[in-house]
Ligand binder design. Structure first.
Ligand code: SF4
Ligand code: SF4
Length: 137
């Protein structure tokens, strides 16, 4: 387990638990990640991408690559900072509406939902944006 400091308290990231979760769905999820051709065809079907003036951070593929993709690339060995960055990606930047369309059948919301489950296993939850009165949800 890695010790990290966040919000003035010491939290432990259970990397073993993360790896166990990732391994359980490894076949399907890694297949999806490797099939993604980074073609961006899914981008304009995401209303959040369009609403944010085509900011690349809201592209469905970007969100998957920088959340679940990162968890697999690091084999679950992530620190609190990485999990906190993913929190915004998987809760603020995606609402799991399933509107995004991938011509080769990659199911983005399914992958984001799985990334959320991994984050929840480490007590990382959606939170109110500290710099705004607006809720993420
Ligand atoms: S998820 Fe599908 S549509 Fe989107 S970039 Fe990857 S391959 Fe292209
Ligand atoms: S599921 Fe997420 S990525 Fe797909 S369209 Fe909805 S908000 Fe966008």
């Amino acid at each position: 387990m890695d010790k990290v400091i966040s919000n003035r308290e010491i939290k432990k990231i259970d990397t073993k638990k993360i790896k166990t979760m990732l391994d359980r769905r490894k076949g399907k999820m890694k297949r999806f990640l490797s099939y993604c051709a980074h073609c961006s065809l899914c981008a304009e079907s995401c209303f959040l991408y369009m609403k944010h003036k085509k900011d690349p951070q809201y592209m469905p593929s970007y969100k998957v690559i920088n959340s679940l993709g990162k968890l697999y690339r690091k084999r679950g060995k992530v620190d609190q900072k990485a999990l906190d960055e993913m929190r915004g990606i998987v809760w603020r930047n995606c609402v799991l509406c399933s509107r995004c369309y991938c011509p080769i059948g990659i199911h983005v919301p399914n992958m984001i939902a799985f990334a959320r489950a991994v984050l929840r296993s480490q007590e990382v939850y959606p939170q109110r944006n500290e710099n705004s009165s607006e809720s993420w949800l």
